[in-house]
Design a protein around this ligand. Structure first.
Ligand code: COS
Length: 391
């Protein structure tokens, strides 16, 4: 049984023994997990959540003091652990990785801003893999420009009435809780953005599936006079933008982790192929151009690992905002992984574009990582803003 390598094995400067044990658990599940492309995506996602829970991995999405297994910072989530887990899962299967990521992304705003009652209602189901999470920020006309969102929440007595639309929402249709960002005052820009939890059976919520190049449950949410109790609001009115950004500071780093895992897999597969495949009377690794592909990929992967785990380590150990380092990690790792995977496809030749080969799947899976949770272009905006702030 093949097992993924882990950055916990050779980048000890960023980790302690606890991280090694977390990475080991994730590698075990990654090695056992079978990718069944014929199975229904929704069923695969539910099965992934069950297996992630059984392996004890979902507990790292929730701080120890709220019943989980995440230790460390005051808010209790350990970015390095989450990033190591995604490194292993990304190696195995993009859908397995997404299932893990959504339990974190779809619950962390509750960990950060939820009342005791909200935490008690939602977090146990997240850890058990029974309540799938969703993070609903993007709209058809508000992607990078979050502050221009139009999805509206109006206070009406002890309820909020929600009207509007969200799009490209992972776990749409299977989620047991939707963390929704809506504006209570469209004129106020980001200062109007407020977070809520919407449940799947709330009246006025409907879901329409979308199809993407790496299939998983994803879709559009429509809110048509959707009434929710006022106690489903997370934090105060107007706190939603910062809550989303604080959440993304953790999860953008973990996206980098998933990219590392996918790139590592492409390099593993490419090296195997280059050693076995013979052309012109010798293994193709003896061709300088193929050797150079492998050398470039190994070097870029290591550079990416250093940037991603620097960001994760800083997020876990310093009090200042580390958005710049986080953006550098996500930007470099996802862009580098795309190049590494593309070379992996090239080394495989026709097999590389044949459905069922690992590199063909990776080629589709990696693409969204340069877009979701902030495009590469937005990461550059964040990095440049960080440079400016240093002056
Ligand atoms: N942590 C805490 N606070 C943060 C923060 C963070 N990571 N990032 C920003 N803030 C705060 C700032 O301190 C500022 O606070 P004050 O108003 O008190 O000064 C406020 O939020 C606004 O910050 P900033 O001016 O940097 O925000 P911008 O409006 O310039 O927007 C970008 C910043 C463009 C970077 C942001 O809109 C963004 O990340 N867009 C991409 C969204 C995205 O990732 N979408 C994908 C959805 S998830 S699949």
């Amino acid at each position: 049984m093949k097992r993924p390598g882990s950055s916990a094995d050779d980048l000890g400067v960023f980790f302690n023994d606890w991280h090694g044990a977390v990475a080991d658990k994730a590698a075990t599940l990654a090695a056992e997990w079978v990718v069944d492309l014929e199975a229904d995506d929704r069923e695969r996602t539910r099965e992934a959540a069950r297996r992630l829970a059984a392996a004890g991995l979902l507990a790292y999405c929730v701080p120890e003091r709220f019943g989980g297994a995440a230790v460390g910072r005051p808010d209790g989530v350990d970015t390095r652990a989450l990033t190591l887990v995604r490194e292993a899962l990304g190696w195995a299967d993009g859908l397995l990785d997404t299932a893990f990521a959504m339990q974190g992304l779809g619950s962390y705003p509750i960990t950060l801003a939820g009342s005791d009652a909200q935490k008690a209602r939602y977090l146990p189901g997240v850890m058990a893999g029974e309540r799938l999470g969703a993070f609903c920020l993007t709209e058809p006309e508000a992607g990078s420009d979050v502050a221009s969102m139009r999805c509206r929440a109006r206070r009406a007595g002890d309820r909020y009435i929600i009207d509007g639309e969200k799009a490209w929402i992972s776990n749409a249709g299977v989620a047991g809780q939707y963390v929704l960002f809506a504006t209570v005052d469209p004129e106020a820009g980001r200062r109007g953005i407020t977070a809520f939890v919407v449940e799947p059976d709330d009246p006025g919520l409907s879901v329409e599936p979308m199809q993407v190049i790496a299939p998983h449950p994803i879709g559009r949410l429509r809110f048509d006079g959707c009434a929710i109790p006022a106690e489903r609001r997370l934090g105060a009115e107007g706190d939603g933008f910062k809550l989303a950004m604080r959440t993304l500071d953790v999860f953008r780093t973990t996206v980098g982790g998933a990219a590392l895992g996918m790139a590592r897999r492409a390099l593993d597969e490419g090296l195997d192929r280059a050693l076995r495949r013979r052309q012109f009377g010798k293994p193709i690794i003896e061709q300088q151009q193929i050797a150079a592909y492998l050398a470039d990929s190994a070097t870029e992967l290591d550079a990416a690992r250093l940037l991603v785990f620097r960001a994760a380590h800083l997020r876990d150990t310093v009090e200042r905002r580390v958005s710049t380092e986080v953006a550098m990690g996500k930007l470099f790792a996802t862009e580098a992984a795309q190049r590494v995977i593309d070379r992996g496809v090239q080394i495989h030749g026709g097999l590389g574009v044949t459905r069922g080969s690992a590199v063909e799947r990776l080629y589709r899976e990696i693409r969204a990582l340069r877009i979701y949770e902030g495009t590469s272009e937005i990461q550059k905006v964040v990095i440049a803003a960080g440079l400016k702030a240093r002056r």
